[in-house]
Write a protein of this length. Structure first.
Length: 164
């Protein structure tokens, strides 16, 4: 069963922070930790992969802990204008590098409501962007398309690196 408990965290940077945490318990009342609950995606090596938790990323950012920072998520928000990558997106694209084994989850973030023109524009932008990403090491067969989200704050193609 799922239980909600109060968690108190203290740190020099943020002080005392009280939050609620959902934990899973078996029928004997023993808590089951997050590593046990992880659903590993295909190709992940359980012994050398770590689940990514936002609290660990925050601590890594604040403390500069390189070990914790190694487990952070890599994401690239490539801005789109019409059917082309915008200037900010081109700067992000310049910094992008990938290994052929890297896996990515991709979503289209659209700042308007869903229209046929908007869908076509994003597909055209993606088709123009893909050869540039391939030239920087991306293996397109390791990309999972997550679809599109509308009425967002930005017009962008969001790429999130999955795993190490």
């Amino acid at each position: 069963m799922w239980l909600e408990r109060e968690v108190v965290s203290t740190s020099d940077q943020m002080g005392r922070v009280v939050s609620r945490d959902l934990v899973y318990s078996n029928e004997y009342g023993e808590l089951i930790d997050a590593n046990t609950r992880v659903i590993w995606v295909s190709g992940a090596i359980e012994k050398s992969s770590n689940p990514n938790r936002y609290r660990e990323r925050l601590v890594a950012d604040m403390t500069g802990d390189s070990k914790a920072a190694h487990n952070t998520v890599s994401s690239f928000e490539i801005g789109v204008h019409g059917q082309d990558v915008n200037a900010v997106g081109k700067m992000v694209l310049e910094k992008f590098t990938a290994n052929p084994k890297d896996r990515f989850y991709v979503e289209f973030l659209n700042n308007t409501s869903m229209t046929e023109k908007g869908v076509n524009d994003f597909m055209a932008a993606w088709k123009k962007l893909l050869p540039q990403l391939r030239a920087k090491g991306l293996n397109a067969s390791n990309v999972v398309m997550g679809g599109a989200k509308y009425n967002q704050a930005t017009n962008a193609i969001m790429m999130v690196k999955v795993g190490d």
